[in-house]
Write a protein that binds this ligand. Structure first.
Ligand SMILES: *Cc1c(COP(=O)(O)O)cnc(C)c1O
Length: 426
């Protein structure tokens, strides 16, 4: 083992990890395209785009050149009272890409904080207009919006990772996704009943990610938007996972023709190179903060907000959406996932297979004897040369969009193999 590994591991606390029982993490020394190279010389095919960020694959030369040039000129400067070209260019480009008058961009450094800022915007939007009692948030079953306290309160209370902190968080309202007429009536009634106390509804459009890769159709999303408008409740679209092509369009909301009041972006924003997030507001939301009263201003400002290196990476990432056929690649990945992952449906122990854009999810059924051995599944995938990390009861693929058909076929074949081995033991 390398020196740094043996000396450093005893000082590291890993995320979402029971440190007493988890297998040792794999040591990575390099990445390239859709490959992760390990310290022991092995190479894994990446099926996850590093928590759904590396949409152009790893080490894209265009992003690297942009970050290197930015590093030489201006690595960082505070963003209060000072502005710089990478952030202003990026804000202008995001406004042009997003639908409607989503045109004011507030930069932060992580998805959770982008959601926190959206919550502040929504609550203060009403307060600034004399409706301070409109401050509760509606979220959906299976939702995931982050790990900070305000965002944990918007995660599915049973399936989320945060049941532990129940009672210490703001009490928000959970709704079912209104996917049929009965549920639409129930959702409408919920909004009608609570509208006077509601600031916003928050939704992951089309695909709920970390809550289990649950999918809903564009009509459901369009209904949510229409109901929010009718009941005078703001709509926050958390596109942190879905944004930048993952579901087949640049933004998932486009498929439903929905223009949310506030959109949250992060994950693939910089093409997986540097941390950056953005909360984007429509004109009427921004205008509710314009006043002679200093207390009406948005009081938020992360130290590293709008970091120029991250903004340069994000601009370079947007260049690549223009110069390379990303959305066509997503369509090809979707077709291949439909062909190659769907057969998993027939395996014992598989409850469902869901595919949307460059997302393929195989949901495992509950076993009579107990819970799913995630560590065993993860180890077996790595042993077979692929990087996959199932969570909860879901084995999922979210590869970089530049993955070639052969590597993707290896990923899907490996999923079929491992789930076939598992089916034999059930
Ligand atoms: C990942 C994610 C977040 C949280 O982002 P972080 O950068 O991990 O804080 C919020 N919402 C959604 C939909 C996400 O997928």
């Amino acid at each position: 083992m390398s020196d740094w590994l043996t000396a450093g591991l005893p000082h590291i606390w890993l995320p979402y990890t029971q440190m007493a029982t988890a297998p040792a993490p794999l040591a990575v020394v390099a990445t390239q395209g859709a490959r992760i190279r390990l310290a022991d010389g092995r190479e894994l095919i990446d099926g996850l785009s590093s928590w759904w960020t590396a949409c152009h694959g790893y080490n894209h030369p265009h992003i690297r050149a942009a970050v290197e040039a930015q590093l030489a000129a201006l690595p960082h400067v505070m963003f209060a009272g000072l502005v710089h070209e990478p952030a202003l260019r990026l804000a202008q480009r995001l406004a042009a890409l997003l639908p409607g008058d989503l045109e004011r961009v507030f930069f932060t450094e992580s998805g959770s904080v982008a959601v926190e800022v959206a919550l502040k915007m929504a609550i203060q939007y009403w307060r600034n207009q004399g409706q301070a009692e409109k401050k509760r948030i509606v979220y959906f079953r299976h939702a995931y919006h982050g790990d900070t306290f305000a965002t944990m309160a918007l995660c599915d209370p049973e399936e989320g990772m945060h049941a532990l902190f129940a009672g210490t968080m703001p009490d928000q309202l959970m709704a079912e996704l209104p996917s049929d007429d009965t549920m639409r009536r129930a959702f409408d009634l919920l909004l009608a009943t609570h509208a006077g106390r509601l600031a916003a509804v928050i939704v992951e459009p089309l695909v709920q990610g970390a809550g289990g890769m649950k999918m809903h159709d564009a009509a459901t999303l369009a209904f949510i938007a229409e109901a929010c408008a009718r009941h005078k409740v703001l709509l926050i679209a958390d596109e942190i996972m879905t944004g930048f092509g993952r579901t087949g369009r640049m933004f998932a909301c486009e498929e439903a023709g929905v223009i949310p009041d506030i959109v949250c972006l992060s994950k693939a924003l910089t093409g997986g190179t540097l941390p950056l997030a953005a909360t984007v507001a429509r004109r009427h939301v921004f205008e509710a903060f314009l006043s002679d009263d200093p207390a009406a201003a948005l009081m938020h400002g992360p130290t590293y907000m709008a970091n120029p290196l991250a903004c340069a990476a994000a601009n370079a990432s947007l260049d690549l959406f223009e110069s390379e056929p990303r959305l066509a690649q997503v369509a090809a990945i979707e077709a291949q996932l439909r062909n190659e992952l769907a057969p998993c449906r027939n395996l014992a122990g598989v409850a469902d297979v869901r595919i949307k854009g460059a997302i393929g999810a195989v949901e495992l059924g509950c076993q009579p004897g107990g819970s799913i051995d995630l560590n065993a599944l993860r180890l077996r995938f790595a042993e077979l040369g692929v990087w996959l990390r199932p969570f909860g009861n879901v084995v999922y693929l979210m590869p970089p969009f530049i993955i070639d058909a052969e590597d993707l076929a290896t990923l899907t074949a490996t999923v079929r193999q491992v789930l076939t081995e598992r089916a034999r033991q059930l």
